[in-house]
Design a protein around this ligand. Structure first.
Ligand SMILES: [Fe+2]
Ligand SMILES: [Fe+2]
Length: 181
């Protein structure tokens, strides 16, 4: 069989794997710039935490004004953003970094904003704005990673798909409430 020039030979592969064992999942073949990846993942982590906080606030406020179906949607989104935050934090650790959960500077690290909103429509609109920011920033991260870190990329693609669903849910809520924009 002709040897493919795209594949590393078995001997080299085995030798390389024995070096720098403390790096765990990060092997010498890792092609992305690890520090940059950890930095952008920490920004994504801050974004998700801000989204959890904003959705939780909206959930509580909507419950208070007896808008149960909207409140349930907010709660579901809050829980899903929490899952994203956990996934991202775990990936940062896997890459040898430290997840930044510090409340100090959290809003500044986040791409999306924490806006409380004065009424139900405002809350939904602010959540939609935040989702649209997240959608664009995840898309950029995915493009940046390209084929250099397929695992992080796949994780971000999964999150992006869910943010798109969230945005879609919020547009439907606005339509149901008779407010298109
Ligand atoms: Fe999210
Ligand atoms: Fe979302």
């Amino acid at each position: 069989m002709k040897e493919s020039k795209f594949l590393t030979d078995i001997k080299t592969l085995r030798e390389r794997a024995r070096k720098e064992l403390n790096q765990g999942a990060v092997t010498p073949g890792y092609r992305a710039d690890r520090n940059t990846v950890i930095k952008i993942l920490n920004e994504a982590l801050a974004t998700e935490i801000i989204c959890v906080l904003r959705y939780k606030r909206h959930f509580c406020m909507a419950s208070g004004i007896n808008a149960q179906s909207v409140a349930q949607e907010f709660l579901q989104h809050a829980n899903e953003e929490q899952v994203h935050a956990d996934q991202i934090a775990q990936r940062i650790v896997q890459l040898g970094g430290e997840p930044d959960f510090s409340p100090e500077g959290l809003a500044g690290r986040s791409h999306s904003e924490y806006v409380e909103g004065d009424n139900l429509i405002d809350m939904i609109k602010e959540d939609l704005v935040a989702e649209r920011i997240a959608i664009d920033s995840y898309r950029e991260m995915i493009n940046y990673l390209n084929t250099d870190d397929p695992t992080t990329r796949r994780m971000l693609e999964g999150i992006l798909a869910m943010e798109e669903e969230h945005a879609d849910d919020l547009v439907s809520l606005l339509e149901e409430m008779g407010s298109k924009k």
